[in-house]
Unconditional design. Structure first.
Length: 257
């Protein structure tokens, strides 16, 4: 483990001071939590897989014009990122009813939604990340009106792109959570909004198109087992790791730094 100065430690990641001003190192832990950290486990190799999957997604999104915090991957568990001021909102995009949407509104899980839905949750562990409206966001100044519009349009662009990417490898993108931050370029006092945090099976619902099998953190939430194996399957299908049996498979992966 690194001896760098810890800037922030979350449930699944640690942020260290970066090598240059304006940068951080994002370290992916194997820790898994659910239900506001009431359920905890260590899943060998999860951090290594999420580091690679998030690198893949951020790089692809960057290439189609979505500004992200990602600079480059440093090793098996760490990536160099731009330091941003995190906007205290989780943006959830949904294509298919599941999770809290089904629970809250009684919509049957698996029902295709009439159009992608964007929801905002206020990032506050003590409150359990409550669902909030545009009214709350504006009144409490969590994001300005232009930022609010940008968060929606960026999230929908991410959804379009990632839905296609996953569909091409037989995976249905059910829903996912994004976080964004404000980045001050050079001396500018006008921030740019960057996609931040991570995109991985920890923060997405991913169902196999044919079998409906869950390939995401719901395997942990619902005690279905095979969590890391499912994440590895996602990485394999995306071409990030090789087919099992080859040298660079998940077994050697999970032993990484
Ligand atoms: P739900 O609101 O149905 O629990 O979650 C919707 C989507 O956002 C799911 O893909 C879920 O994994 C993701 N999500 C919601 N809250 C969090 C969170 O606090 N952390 C992570 N990693 N993902 C979240």
């Amino acid at each position: 483990m690194s001896k760098k100065r810890v800037v922030y430690e979350g449930k699944a990641k640690i942020l260290y001071e970066g090598p240059e001003p304006g940068t951080l190192i994002q370290y992916f832990k194997d820790d898994a939590t659910a239900f506001n950290a009431q359920k905890k486990a260590v899943l060998d190799g999860k951090g290594v897989l999420n580091n690679r999957i998030s690198e893949f997604m951020m790089t692809r999104l960057g290439a189609v014009g979505i500004p992200t915090h990602f600079i480059r991957r440093l090793n098996m568990r760490e990536q160099l990122i731009k330091k941003v001021d995190i906007i205290p909102l989780e943006v959830v995009v949904r294509n298919i009813a599941a999770g809290t949407l089904s629970k809250r509104l009684g919509i049957e899980e698996g029902q295709v939604l009439p159009r992608p839905m964007v929801e905002f949750y206020y990032k506050d562990d003590a409150l359990g990340d409550p669902l909030v409206t545009e009214e709350h966001i504006a009144a409490f100044g969590w994001a300005g009106p232009q930022e609010y519009d940008d968060l929606i349009s960026l999230s929908l662009r991410v959804n379009d792109f990632m839905s296609g990417l996953f569909a091409a490898v037989g995976i249905r993108l059910v829903d996912f959570k994004l976080e964004f931050g404000r980045y001050f370029e050079g001396d500018s006092d006008v921030p740019r909004i960057l996609l931040a945090d991570e995109i991985s099976p920890d923060s997405c619902r991913l169902w196999d198109f044919e079998t409906g099998e869950k390939l995401d953190k719901d395997r942990f939430r619902r005690d279905l087992g095979g969590v890391t194996e499912a994440y590895a399957e996602v990485a394999r299908r995306l071409g990030i790791i090789k087919e099992s049996g080859e040298t660079d498979n998940v077994v050697s992966f999970t032993g990484g730094k």
